[in-house]
Design a protein around this ligand. Structure first.
Ligand code: ZN
Length: 113
């Protein structure tokens, strides 16, 4: 199995917006700057997506929208993990680890205006 860099220096590291989970796709508006992140449960490989793009796609497919749980997207990922070549995904809203709390506040004020 290929080795993976630690979370600390991984360029695609994310931190969940909520410790309890249960966010919907539309909740990204409550968590400015957050991404829909799919993570491999087996090796930790992860990738973030624009939540609005995912919502648009679900609507086109008549398969969901803003109310769709972020955790439900994992079931729609059919491709193998680039890290370990297996298929066991989870998904959630998360912030890029390098997005500072200050930047989150700045984005929040932009959304309000
Ligand atoms: Zn993997």
């Amino acid at each position: 199995m290929p080795s993976h860099p630690s979370a600390a220096n991984h360029p695609h590291a994310f931190r969940p917006v909520s410790a309890t989970g249960g966010a919907t796709l539309g909740d990204h508006r409550k968590y400015p700057g957050s991404r829909l992140v799919i993570t491999c449960s087996l090796c930790g490989w992860s990738k973030g997506y624009n939540p609005e793009r995912i919502v648009e796609r679900l609507r086109q497919l008549k398969a969901g929208g803003h109310a769709t749980p972020a955790g439900a997207i994992a079931r729609r990922v059919a491709w193998n993990c680039p890290g370990c070549h297996r298929v066991k995904w989870r998904s959630d809203l998360a912030w890029p680890a390098d997005l500072s709390p200050r930047e989150v506040k700045r984005l929040a004020s932009l959304y309000r205006n």
